[in-house]
Design a protein around this ligand. Structure first.
Ligand code: AR6
Length: 179
């Protein structure tokens, strides 16, 4: 049985075995939740970008990722919260406009991270609202896509038992619950 829960919190200290980063395709963690995770994990954002790019080379043999592809980096300082892995995935850019194509890209980004978590053998995984920040996708649509994708994944999940969608602000948390 897989559970899906919407919670309010800071993903950089959320006690899930794997946390997901809303990255860009080059894993340049310049802003938003990516910057926050990089800073909290390594203490130094440039250092975590270096680690991420090196991991991308090793795991995928290239220097950018597509929607659905993921890269895993160690949690480093976040291990103190029980976090073991950071899974980097890239959602669509929306700029305020939502359509089927963007939904499909987001679905792939979420599913890629869930499958990797299963492969890593983790039981708990926490996501930020991928694409709902700098990438400008409507939060409500992002939340609905999460729900649907987790439901789809629940049929094939092996080790993952609990999926959390972590909202940073009270306002986004309330809107997500409503959606
Ligand atoms: N914990 C949980 N959620 C957070 C946190 C946190 N500590 N900090 C921010 N959020 P964004 P995107 C929320 O912009 O839209 C980066 O520069 C935030 O409020 O981080 O996918 C990347 O490198 C929002 O709801 O990701 C990419 O270039 C959500 O996380 C680009 O931004 C996602 O916001 C990706 O943009």
């Amino acid at each position: 049985m897989l559970s899906f829960e919407i919670v309010r919190g800071d993903i950089t200290r959320f006690p899930a075995e794997a946390i997901v980063n809303a990255a860009n395709k080059y894993l340049e963690h310049g802003g938003g939740v990516a910057y926050a995770i990089a800073k909290a994990a390594a203490g130094n954002v440039a250092e975590y970008i270096r680690i991420s790019k090196e991991a991308m080379r090793e795991q995928l043999g290239k220097s950018s990722i597509e929607h659905g592809e993921v890269v895993v980096t160690p949690a480093l300082r976040l291990e103190r919260y029980g976090i073991r892995h950071v899974i980097h995935t890239v959602g669509p850019y929306c700029g305020g406009i939502w359509n089927e194509e963007r939904k499909e890209k987001l679905r792939k980004a979420i599913l890629g991270a869930l499958k990797k978590a299963d492969e890593l053998g983790v039981k708990t995984i926490a996501f930020p609202a991928i694409s709902a920040g700098i990438y400008g996708c409507p939060l409500e649509e992002v939340v609905r896509t999460f729900r649907e994708t987790v439901e789809e994944f629940s049929k094939e999940a092996k080790s993952v038992e609990r999926v959390y969608l972590v909202l940073y602000s009270e306002e986004t948390y309330r809107r997500a619950l409503k959606a």
